[in-house]
Design a protein around this ligand. Structure first.
Ligand code: SF4
Length: 57
């Protein structure tokens, strides 16, 4: 289960840029996961790229 801690997310958009299949920005400017897996990228890499470690996989 992929989740974003919205209290930590600063809305930088890195995860959305890396994997728009899984991550989207809400109207509040926070990321959310809309899927649990991706065939095109490594979600571990996306989680590692988050500057505030808000992504849990
Ligand atoms: S990379 Fe992290 S801080 Fe940036 S939008 Fe995604 S979850 Fe939020």
């Amino acid at each position: 289960m992929v989740s974003v801690d919205q209290a930590l997310c600063i809305g930088c958009g890195v995860c959305v840029d890396m994997c728009p299949e899984v991550f989207t920005l809400t109207a509040e400017g926070k990321a959310q996961a809309i899927k649990n897996d991706c065939e095109n990228c490594s979600l571990e890499d996306v989680a590692s790229a988050c500057p505030v470690e808000a992504i849990n996989i």
